[in-house]
Design a protein around this ligand. Structure first.
Ligand SMILES: Cc1cc2nc3c(=O)[nH]c(=O)nc-3n(C[C@H](O)[C@H](O)[C@H](O)COP(=O)(O)O)c2cc1C
Length: 389
């Protein structure tokens, strides 16, 4: 049997298989509130057989959104809209997860398809007002990026509560996995990385001080969600830049995250610098984070998810069998084919188990019929090869 289709149990949560839809911003919300688009877009992944469906980066505070059109979870109206998404995902067998995020100094941007650049006065003219971004230090993410306002020590400590409040709303809405966005140069990562954190108070300087804010957030979120809900943490396992975080730092950090209540490390990379003259990116080969996820898994003992150009069922299976990861996260491949887990099931186990009952029976019958045709040597093109035409 295939490992990809073995359930994964973490705390009180069991995913039906080891596929996860990676969080992906769709820039389609208004005032942070989910709508029919989010329900249908995310719902199709549950129908497609995913084990965990992770809702996109969802702002814990208005100023923590990447764009005006991000989802948010700082009020109850937003919670109620997301509850419909969680209910649908649950009804069709997926574990509903949500990524909580604060974009920090990389907030106040255009939607990705508009370029993803920081908002300017030109955008304000079309109704997309820029806003003041915040961060650990007054260090811009790169040339052309806004200088963040440095948060005071008291503001940093006080902001922990917004993560706990959003996490509590998420659980009330029915989510069973919370993924804290600790990567890609956003607020938590920007505190952790010496590239963006040049503070001299208790939230900056030593490794312990730079980890303080992320770990305070993790502990507060764990206390808010109780023992039953699974807590993931997305790391940028390496900054890819001289003087930045390395995979060794990430292994050590993962051990601290485990003590603070994290159940799984969701391994990504990069994002701390937007300076295009420096090449910080991990090479985008197939399964491009597998070496990093394996290092964190081996070094910390925690389960990990790996993500990055995973496109083939046999590739996904081999990553699990080889010990590179415990969970396979797919982003763009799921956008390409939201039924990927079902197709993977057919490729690895040769059946339609897990397809929802409205369609599984029909596909089973059709597969048997097509197998008979194949035995008789008939292909979809036979008709056109017939000499009688
Ligand atoms: C449209 C789009 C939106 C994304 N939004 C997020 C996000 O909200 N949070 C996050 O952690 N990563 C985000 N990512 C990164 C993906 O989760 C994933 O890590 C990346 O696309 C690599 O995986 P893939 O090759 O399977 O797509 C986004 C990627 C895409 C393509």
């Amino acid at each position: 049997m295939s490992l990809l289709f073995e359930p994964l149990a973490l705390r009180g949560v069991t995913a039906r298989n080891r596929t996860m839809v990676s969080p992906m911003c769709m820039y389609s919300a208004q005032d942070g509130v989910a709508n029919d688009y989010h329900l249908v877009h995310l719902g199709r992944f549950a129908l497609g057989g995913a084990g965990v469906v992770m809702v996109e980066a969802t702002g814990v505070a208005p100023e923590g959104r990447i764009s005006h059109a991000d989802l948010g979870l700082w009020n109850d109206e937003q919670g109620a809209a997301l509850a419909q998404v969680a209910a649908f995902l649950t009804a069709y067998g997926a574990v509903p997860g949500i990524q909580l995020a604060h974009a920090g100094r990389k907030a106040s941007c255009q939607a990705a398809w508009q370029g993803g650049s920081p908002l300017t006065a030109d955008d304000a003219a079309t109704g997309e007002e820029p806003w003041q971004v915040v961060g650990p230090s007054a260090v811009a993410a790169g040339p052309g990026w806004p200088e963040p306002r440095e948060l005071s020590t008291d503001e940093v400590a006080a902001s922990v509560q917004s993560w706990a409040d959003a996490a509590r709303r998420a659980v009330q809405a029915g989510f069973r996995v919370i993924d804290l966005h600790g990567g890609h140069g956003y607020l938590l990562h920007s505190f952790q990385s010496p590239i963006s954190n040049q503070r001299t108070d208790r939230y900056g300087g030593s490794v312990e001080n730079r980890q303080r804010y992320p770990l305070e957030v993790v502990r507060a979120v764990r206390a808010a969600i109780g023992d039953d809900v699974a807590l993931f943490y997305r790391v940028s396992a390496t900054d890819g830049i001289e003087g930045g975080l390395t995979v060794e730092d990430s292994v050590a950090f993962a051990k601290e995250l485990a003590v603070a209540g994290v159940d799984l490390i969701d391994v990504s990379s990069g994002g701390v610098s937007q300076d295009r003259s420096i090449d910080t990116r991990v090479r985008r080969g197939f399964a491009f984070h597998a070496d990093l996820s394996r290092a964190i898994r081996d070094g910390s003992g925690l389960p990990v998810a790996t993500v990055g150009l995973i496109v083939d069922p046999h590739q996904a299976e081999a990553l699990l069998v080889d010990g590179d990861a415990d969970l396979i996260a797919l982003g763009r491949e799921m956008l390409e084919n939201s039924q990927w887990p079902h197709h993977a099931r057919r490729a690895l186990a040769g059946d339609h188990e897990g397809w929802h009952q409205q369609v599984g029976w029909a596909l089973d019958l059709r597969a048997k019929g097509m197998a008979r045709l194949a035995e008789q040597g008939e292909t979809p093109m036979s008709r056109f090869a017939s000499p009688s035409r």
